[in-house]
Design a protein around this ligand. Structure first.
Ligand SMILES: N[C@@H](CCC(=O)N[C@@H](CS)C(=O)NCC(=O)O)C(=O)O
Ligand SMILES: [Fe+2]
Length: 356
């Protein structure tokens, strides 16, 4: 049993991987700072416990989410002992085992893109996470952070191509949207490293890549050398504080019925059902204002800007879309009543109108 998710950060084209075994113990590989809220929501929705946040290397193009995930989930941070980073809970060396429940990842040193790049190999050798060493039909660049084409050639040939042919390889980046490859495929078809290509050929190729440095390099490297801890401690990514809200993996801020009842005084309750439903058997919440979803874009001006809005519908889906519309229009403190009127009633909260 393996939970496996490949997550993408479009701004940096970074892949983040979430793995968990039967016990629910999970690891995340290469989380991105700006995506921590999303990743934490997924971990919670899947009922997982994050054991480790792992880095394949000290990234130059984005800031890691490791420190922030540690604040939120209590996970441990691990990366290469040779990275020079501070703030890690465990420093990894080759042949180390990173356990999560009954599963584990084996650590291999694959320098070349940076001096301290690691590849993580799943216990049954069915998958490996190659960071920016081997990319799909490519490789990471070798022109900064102790980059070394000769070292990369040897890393790929000795540490990655030595895995079983069917082993799936997952990179830290892809700039064309390619998601996965395999050892057998790359041995045959990698244009830089496959077939009969020799170390000299590879070095020649890499010396002529002519890439501009990553735009965020000057910010990313120092931040990543502290495992992504910001200069000034943020209040957990400035989550809204007007009520206990939960961010869903679907990207919606939600409030549960109990939270709404506690904060009902200070908020505007917006019911986006049809009038017949508002006055129908499910009833409605006291003080709710009715604007059917189809009229919301036009009539949003009827809502005040100085009080948060909680959108409500029958089951919570139309109201989720209402929150999206309201945000687009410029209302920032908006949440969805999770589960809608059905859950509100099921949890015993009072309704006006409706049948018992
Ligand atoms: N334009 C990107 C450059 C990203 C970049 O240089 N990525 C590194 C990995 S950190 C790489 O090896 N790229 C290989 C390539 O672009 O072919 C940025 O500004 O972030
Ligand atoms: Fe990189």
């Amino acid at each position: 049993m393996l939970v496996f998710r490949q997550l993408f950060d479009p701004a940096s084209s970074t892949y983040t991987y979430l793995l968990a075994g039967r016990s629910g113990a999970a690891v995340i590989i290469d989380p991105v700072f700006e995506q921590v809220r999303r990743d934490a929501a997924l971990i919670e929705e899947l009922g997982l416990r994050l054991t480790y946040s792992l880095e394949t290397h000290v990234h130059a193009d984005h800031v890691t989410g490791a420190w922030m995930l540690k604040q939120r989930t209590g996970c441990r941070i691990a990366l290469s002992a040779t990275s020079g980073a501070e703030g890690a809970d465990r420093l990894l060396v080759p042949d180390d085992t990173v356990a999560f429940g009954e599963r584990n990842l084996q650590v291999r040193a694959t320098p070349g893109h940076t001096g301290s790049c690691l590849t993580y190999v799943l216990d049954d050798r069915s998958m490996a996470f190659t960071g920016d060493c081997l990319l799909v039909r490519g490789s990471g660049r070798t022109d900064f952070q102790q980059g070394d084409p000769g070292a990369m050639y040897r890393s790929v040939r000795e540490q990655i191509f030595s895995l079983p042919e069917a082993c799936l390889l997952y990179p830290a980046h892809d700039y064309r949207g390619l998601t996965v490859t395999s050892v057998g495929e790359e041995r045959r078809f990698n244009p830089r490293l496959g077939g009969e290509i020799g170390e000299g050929d590879f070095t020649g190729y890499m010396k002529n890549l002519r890439l501009a440095h990553p735009k965020k390099m000057d910010v990313a490297v120092p931040a990543n050398l502290k495992c992504g801890r910001p200069e000034t401690d943020p209040d957990i990514a400035a989550d809204p504080s007007w009520a206990p809200l939960k961010y869903s993996f679907a990207g919606i801020w939600e409030i549960d019925p109990h939270g709404l009842e506690e904060h009902a005084e200070g908020v505007q309750i917006l019911d986006v059902r049809e009038p017949s439903e508002f006055d129908g058997p499910l009833g409605h919440i006291h003080n709710a204002r009715l604007i059917p979803l189809g009229e919301l874009a036009e009539r949003a001006g009827e809502l005040a800007h100085d009080r948060p809005i909680v959108a409500v519908c029958r089951a919570g889906s139309r109201s989720a879309q209402a929150t999206v519309i309201l945000r687009e229009i410029g209302y920032s403190d908006v949440a969805n009543l999770a589960g809608g009127m059905l859950r509100w009633r099921a949890e015993g909260h009072i309704v006006e109108g409706g049948s018992a």
